[in-house]
Write a protein that binds this ligand. Structure first.
Ligand code: ATP
Ligand code: MG
Length: 532
């Protein structure tokens, strides 16, 4: 049970939220929505207790399972399985059992006896915590989230950001916490896992808050919608399901628009009046007051307008290049004994559109990283063609330098560009004024995505390698990305589980991983995308 009352939140010098109230009792399922950068993650972190509100109170009863939007860095040498089991303290008993087992082969009888007793004690504890059944349950949850047994045996250090987040999600679901706080849990999941998670949440006995831009998930799971309105800095709570909320909000917004129009009219009248009175000395003060009142009315309106803006996205004009700007021959990659793929060959023609599909772990991100030149294949090679310019969008935003500012990141992406142009591009991606001085590390998920896309725009790339470019984006920004994808004239290699992104790309070819087979695009593959 969580009770948020009269909470106020700030990000730097910007007020995010004031007077926020929210209750999450067992069985309450809350969807937290709002545009990118509205403060959803900040609010959730605060509820989780990782930050303090500027004012107001948050009371928590029971345990909380918090899935952060950015994969967390904890002890990275822990095995994935132990990380999950640790949520119920089972890992420790298991480790003790394992140690005792080894010691049982001790030299003296006495040593063996001691080890046996230790084993028995550890096993009792293990059993009381659910024992092998719990271990199997953890494995099952992980499997449903696209983490096979093989991955569970690896230390977190060796996992991708997406895999680490899935481990965290598995851990939280396994823990059986009373209240879940899930920040965009579907970002790194394939369609099967998303459907599984949806069902799991639907039957979750506790309460939860989920931040998501996935309407199907919201529709299926939530009973309350909390809308963080960035313009008014309020949290509007609607005690109803997703579709009802959509309708209600439309009504509310229409009403607000009407009020806005009225205020505008009133301000105009006040201004005219004030102008007339200004000339008369005795009425000057009254006139000034009147003008101020009108300005105040309008000031509120300006903010509303700017929030309606979405990033005006456009991918770069591709620089001229040869007929086949990028070729890959016989690419292979293994991690230890695990073969990700072997002998993948690929030729990217100028202006061609290719989509890569394959299940979680099939190596889609690995292939893109190799094509981008940030990872070396074990064998085979990537051959740049004449005039090749690559624009790489990485799923985890690792192309961005977290310690440097928005502006600095843009400058290093396009050193030749003058400041005015850089700022113009940033402006069209909704970074204005003080925003450009922010270090990347404080940006919201959607803002990072926008910045990474902005660095592509100034790059003049003629081959774009895009890894899940629509993750984290609010619906309006996502539509912009899809539009930009549709209009881009250069070549694109796309990895996504977003069906609409594939339709926007209108691909000619498909590469299937892990086999690396190539085929012409067809409807049959469209059905596969959501599954892959
Ligand atoms: N230390 C800071 N200094 C300045 N601004 C900050 C700081 N921390 C966060 N912000 C800003 O606060 C705003 C809210 O961020 P938050 O991550 O809560 O948004 P969000 O609603 O989760 O967005 P998204 O949907 O993109 O994940 C963003 O504009 C972010 O850049
Ligand atoms: Mg966020």
């Amino acid at each position: 049970m969580i009770v948020v009352s009269d909470v106020e939140l700030w990000a730097g010098s910007r007020l995010l939220l004031s007077g926020a109230d929210l209750r999450v009792a067992p069985g309450d399922r809350v969807g937290l929505v709002g545009r990118n950068g509205a403060g959803k993650t900040t609010l959730t972190r605060t509820i989780a207790g990782e930050a303090a509100p500027a004012s107001g109170t948050i009371t928590r009863a029971g345990t909380i399972g918090y899935l952060a939007q950015d994969p967390r860095t904890g002890d990275v040498d822990v095995l994935a399985r132990d990380r999950i089991l640790a949520a119920r303290g089972i890992d420790e008993a298991m480790t003790r059992m394992g140690k005792a087992e080894i010691d049982m082969m001790g030299a003296t009888e006495e040593e063996t006896d001691r080890a046996l007793r230790r084993y028995a004690a550890a096993e009792t504890e293990f059993t009381s915590q659910g024992g092998w059944a719990a271990d199997a349950e953890a494995t099952r949850i992980a499997g449903n989230l696209g983490l096979p047994e093989r991955i569970l045996g690896q230390p977190l250090r060796t996992l991708s950001g997406g895999q680490r987040r899935r481990v965290e999600l598995a851990r939280i679901l396994f823990s059986g916490a009373d209240t879940l706080l899930l920040d965009e849990p579907t970002n790194h999941l394939d369609a099967d896992s998303i459907i599984w998670l949806r069902d799991r949440l639907r039957s979750w006995p506790g309460g939860f808050i989920v931040i998501s831009h996935d309407e199907a998930l919201l529709e299926a799971t939530v009973t309350t919608v909390a809308h963080l309105d960035a313009t008014r800095s309020t949290l509007d709570v609607y005690a109803m399901g997703w579709s009802a909320y959509r309708k209600q909000r439309e009504v509310d917004e229409r009403r607000r628009k009407r009020e806005r129009a009225n205020a505008e009219k009133k301000a105009a009248v006040l201004h005219t009046q004030a102008d007339k009175m200004k000339a008369t000395a005795t009425k000057a003060t009254a006139a000034a007051n009147m003008a101020r009142r009108a300005d105040r009315l309008l000031a509120g309106l300006e903010a509303v307008r700017s929030s309606d803006k979405v990033a005006a996205l456009r991918f770069p004009e591709p620089r001229p290049c040869g007929k086949v700007p990028l070729t890959a021959e016989g690419l292979s990659k293994s991690y230890g004994s695990l073969e990700v793929f072997t002998g993948v060959s690929l030729a990217i023609d100028r202006g061609s559109r290719v989509v890569v599909i394959g299940l979680n772990g099939a190596g889609k991100t690995t292939l893109l990283r190799m094509l981008a030149g940030v990872e070396r294949p074990d064998s085979g090679e990537v051959i740049p063609g004449h005039g090749l310019r690559i624009g790489y969008y990485a799923q985890e935003h690792e192309t961005l330098d977290r310690d440097r500012s928005v502006l600095e990141n843009m400058r290093s992406a396009a050193p030749d560009l003058d400041d005015t142009r850089v700022r113009t591009v940033l402006g069209s991606f909704l970074f204005s004024g003080d925003d450009v001085a922010k270090p990347v590390s404080v940006l919201s998920g959607g803002e990072k995505t926008r910045l990474a896309l902005a660095t592509l725009v100034v790059s003049g790339a003629n081959v774009l390698l895009l890894d899940e470019p629509t993750n984290n984006l609010d619906p309006a920004s996502r539509q912009e990305v899809l539009g930009a994808l549709r209009r881009y004239a250069g070549a694109v290699v796309l990895v996504t589980h977003d069906e609409d992104a594939v339709y926007a790309l209108d691909p000619q070819r498909v590469v299937l991983l892990p086999d690396g087979d190539e085929d012409l695009w067809g409807q049959a593959y469209a059905d596969l995308v959501a599954l892959a």
